[in-house]
Design a binder for this molecule. Structure first.
Ligand SMILES: C[S@@+](CC[C@H](N)C(=O)[O-])C[C@H]1O[C@@H](n2cnc3c(N)ncnc32)[C@H](O)[C@@H]1O
Length: 272
């Protein structure tokens, strides 16, 4: 018997601002798994490499805990870099200027920014065309947008681990899928989705392999999806506990657990 996955809504503003990103805890848990990735990428460094020297204004849309914001402010001191996010809670610890916004309705004048970052966030936006329209509107002609997301096959081993654990908990042969955050704006689809709004679209592929020898980082990552626990079609804590057991068994046998990563950053230009 197979348990069908329920449709998980990863765009609910109430859930994003009130739970998933009410503070940085779950986002930081997901980010920390990359400490075990090879090759390791300096993601803010990659963005900085592509940022024109003439940049004087940057909007970091969906800035989360400010990983990119901090580095850009540090290394481009002459540029005004504004952090913006739908969650007022996650903005609270960040130094100003920050502003609580919805990407689909930006409170900025047209042509206000040289660069907009929309990193790992467009998959959370229900009205994607409105958000892309807004990003384009607030950019200067010839301005750049940086977008990042993951491919559909990203971290497939975690999907398999979750499904196996969920199947055991439910007593079925195939358990429901893990929440797939980036699926609504996957790396494979992103250039096509950006094409009506931007030109000169280039993708920087960032493949890698995470190798862990203890279960902690993987369990922290799985737990970081708690905001969507009620939509997953399986008791969340019981599934985490079972995933822990399966992982320990795997590590006892093999000594390591590997996760393949398929992420990317896309750079695109607003036409003149
Ligand atoms: C996965 S985090 C990415 C954070 C950061 N950009 C990074 O790459 O480290 C997604 C962020 O987008 C924000 N977000 C989601 N939907 C949004 C929307 N419609 N408008 C603005 N921010 C949004 C979330 O609150 C969260 O902080």
């Amino acid at each position: 018997m197979t348990s069908q996955p329920e449709e998980v809504d990863t765009t609910s503003r109430t859930k994003l601002a009130g739970s998933a990103y009410k503070d940085e805890a779950d986002l930081a848990a997901r980010q920390s798994l990359y400490a075990w990735q090879q090759p390791s990428y300096d993601l803010p460094g990659i963005v900085l490499e592509h940022l024109p020297a003439s940049t004087t204004s940057v909007l970091d849309l969906g800035c989360g805990n400010g990983k990119f914001l901090h580095r850009i402010r540090l290394e481009r001191t002459h540029a005004l870099t504004i952090g913006a996010d739908i969650s007022p809670g996650i903005l609270t610890p960040l130094p100003p200027p920050t502003v609580a916004v919805d990407a689909a309705a930006l409170p900025f004048a047209s042509g206000r920014f040289d660069v907009v970052l929309a990193l790992h966030m467009l998959y959370h936006v229900a009205e994607l065309p409105a958000a892309l329209d807004e990003i384009r509107r607030v950019l200067v002609p010839d301005g750049l947008v940086f977008v990042s997301t993951n491919a559909r096959t990203d971290k497939a081993e975690l999907d398999d681990l979750w499904s196996a654990a969920a199947a055991d908990v439910l007593g079925v042969t195939k358990g429901p899928r893990r929440v797939a955050l980036s699926e609504r704006f996957a790396l494979e689809d992103a250039p096509r989705l950006l094409e009506p709004y931007f030109e000169q679209i280039t993708t920087v592929d960032l493949p890698g392999v995470i190798t862990v020898r203890e279960p902690g980082p993987v369990l922290a990552h799985l737990r970081s999806y708690r905001a969507w626990a009620d939509e997953g079609g399986v008791p969340f804590d019981a599934t985490i506990d079972r995933a822990h057991e399966l992982l320990v068994r795997h590590l006892d046998r093999r000594g390591e657990f590997t996760i393949s990563c398929r992420g990317g950053i896309i750079v695109a230009r607003k036409s003149l």
